[in-house]
Ligand binder design. Structure first.
Ligand code: UD1
Length: 424
């Protein structure tokens, strides 16, 4: 069990380069199955979820090779369409391999990912998309899911909610289908855009990403390419939340400014000064952030992109625990994502949760405590709160944090915070 120790109550000051995006690289890695050449990824975050995805790719026949943060995947040898049950338990995103396996092998076998601590996470929309493309889908009593098809056929797919994963899975299945697929109600997240750009580089014919209607004309085959993974907007937002809670002046290089407009607007509303960092050719190359006072109280709802991301709801709960006044936070994507509130209460936060809404009475000072990470972003939120809290905080069960942050202690240390692994 890994644990983190934090000495808080000091402003953050420093600069880091943000890691590559977890949610962007996972579907891109799944796309490796679709081609028989070589895909090269640079700026890959070395985190548990990526290592797990690479393990699954190897188990179905891909050959993967690391060199620092670069990863090469040779998809020539894909020979198996079954995802091991233990890997599905470790990482929900393994479901993203179903679409590519159907496209490549005409068959895919996996397991119901089940619930998790942020709420029930069904995969009905993913399976419905495969059915619309002509696949037969079965599920047995043990939760084993099997899909098979002779040849995927393009069709119209309608999503009643813009699910990120289901949009990605539908895309990954449709690129090699015969005919045209139209995804209505598609997710507009930057991760969907990056996936479409990569698939196009591989030879796919896709139009409309970033809107709620994506059109895919199936092609016969895809080839290898090289892709640089974009900076992680959620990891960047987490560190900005830590600086908003603890105060200070930080520069997060390679944070994707253009994809973080809603977060930037909210941080400004809290009282922070937020400016872009410019790089070569006048392009934005990061975010500079100053927080010189206690945050102000706000009302905020999470929603699909371009709304405020649900993945930053817990870090924002940590910030608002220190705000001047009463704030309201409504969760509109995952119904049970307030478990972190109980842990923040152990640090003195005054949060009352009713259904999908939290009322937060900001307090001048949080205090260090022994707390437990229950999920990835909740764990990172505890770290943000601990940096603002007086005294020492111990976060237990940090395995969740390692699923998504390459080395949170290294990053916070570079930002001037006192945070170290006690057991890793
Ligand atoms: C992705 C992100 C996750 C983020 C989430 C929402 C990755 C690897 N993970 O997760 O970090 O929090 O988007 O931005 O990219 N739903 C259904 N049926 C389905 C699929 C989803 O009812 O078949 C519901 C979910 O229960 C949830 C909502 O749709 O309430 C959003 O889920 P979705 O967008 O699919 O999230 P993920 O792709 O799992």
């Amino acid at each position: 069990m890994s644990e983190i120790l934090i000495q808080g109550y000091r402003p953050l000051e420093g600069e880091i380069k943000i890691q590559g995006s977890k949610n962007s690289v996972l579907p891109m890695l799944a796309a490796s199955i679709l081609q028989q050449g070589i895909l090269k990824f640079t700026n890959v975050p070395i985190i548990q979820d990526v290592l797990c995805m690479v393990g699954i790719l190897e188990s179905v026949g891909c050959c993967c090779q690391w060199e620092g943060n670069s990863l090469t995947v040779d998809g020539a040898g894909v020979c198996c369409a079954e995802i091991p049950q233990e890997d599905v338990g470790k990482m929900r995103s393994s479901i993203l391999l179903m679409g590519p396996l159907l496209g490549r092998c005409g068959r895919a076998v996996t397991w119901q990912p089940g619930g998790c601590s942020i709420g029930s996470r069904p995969v009905d929309l993913h399976l419905r998309a495969f059915s619309r493309l002509g696949a037969e889908v079965w599920e047995d009593r043990e939760g084993k899911i099997e899909a098979s098809v002779n040849e995927l056929q393009g069709n119209t797919i309608f999503f009643p909610f813009p699910s990120v994963g289901a949009t990605e899975n539908a895309l990954l299945a449709a690129v090699l289908a015969s005919g045209t697929t139209v995804i209505q109600g598609a997710a507009r997240e930057p991760e969907v855009i990056s996936l479409c750009q990569m698939l196009r580089q591989m030879g796919a014919d896709i139009f409309g990403e970033g809107s709620e209607r994506i059109i895919i004309r199936g092609v016969k085959e895809l080839s290898g390419t090289t892709v640089a993974v974009v900076g992680d907007r959620i990891a960047a937002g987490t560190y900005l939340a830590a600086a908003a809670a603890a105060g200070g002046h930080v520069r997060i290089l390679e944070a994707p400014w253009e994809f973080m407009q809603r977060e930037i607007q909210i941080f400004r509303q809290l009282g922070a000064r937020v400016e872009p960092v410019y790089g070569d050719g006048g392009r934005t190359a990061g975010i500079e952030f100053w927080m010189e006072r206690r945050p102000g109280a706000i009302s905020l709802s999470t929603s699909p992109y371009p709304g405020f991301p649900t993945d930053l709801q817990s870090p924002m709960l940590a910030v608002l625990s220190r705000a001047e006044g009463v704030s309201y936070l409504r969760e509109k994507v995952f119904e049970a994502r307030f478990k972190t509130a109980e842990e923040l209460q152990k640090m003195g936060a005054q949060i009352s949760v009713s259904g999908s809404q939290a009322e937060i009475r900001g307090c001048e000072r949080l205090s260090g405590a022994v707390v437990k990470a229950w999920d990835l972003r909740g764990g990172a939120a505890l770290a943000a709160a601990a940096l603002a809290a007086k005294g020492e905080t111990k976060i237990e069960n940090c395995i969740h944090i390692e699923r998504g942050y390459e080395d949170i202690c290294r990053d916070i240390h570079l930002l001037g915070g006192k945070m170290e692994w006690v057991r890793k």
